[in-house]
Design a protein around this ligand. Structure first.
Ligand code: FES
Length: 120
């Protein structure tokens, strides 16, 4: 798979292990794409920061994406809950829908987001 574009987003150590961080990276249309990056040890996952229910960002307060136990991603607007491992919505008004995955990897401690290549 050819990577067309990668945006250095942040350093891995800026994301708490087990936590999440919101980023804004250039999108394929020349605009800005809101992204959530989740860290699990040295592993990262990323999704568009866009709730499938109404299309709003999931966080009302910056980087506040997870429930109290850190088990699920929660939409602050109406409380939809998403599994971190695949973005699937397990509860809320968009149950059965899912967050849009974004290709992401870590290289030399830097988180690289590739908004041109959605992770399928
Ligand atoms: S906008 Fe996210 S649950 Fe309604």
């Amino acid at each position: 798979m050819d990577v067309l574009f990668e945006s250095p987003a942040c350093r891995l150590d800026e994301i708490p292990d087990g936590g999440a961080k919101g980023l804004v990276v250039p999108d394929p249309d020349g605009g800005a794409l809101r992204v959530i990056v989740l860290r699990r040890g040295d592993r990262v996952l990323a999704y568009r920061n866009r709730c499938p229910h109404r299309g709003t960002p999931l966080d009302l307060r910056p980087d506040d994406f997870l429930d109290r136990d850190g088990r699920y991603i929660v939409c602050a607007t109406h409380g939809a809950m998403f599994r971190p491992e695949d973005g699937y919505c397990i509860a809320g008004p968009c149950a059965g829908d899912a967050l849009t995955p974004i290709a992401v990897r870590v290289e030399n401690g830097v988180v690289l987001v590739d908004p041109f290549e959605p992770e399928l």
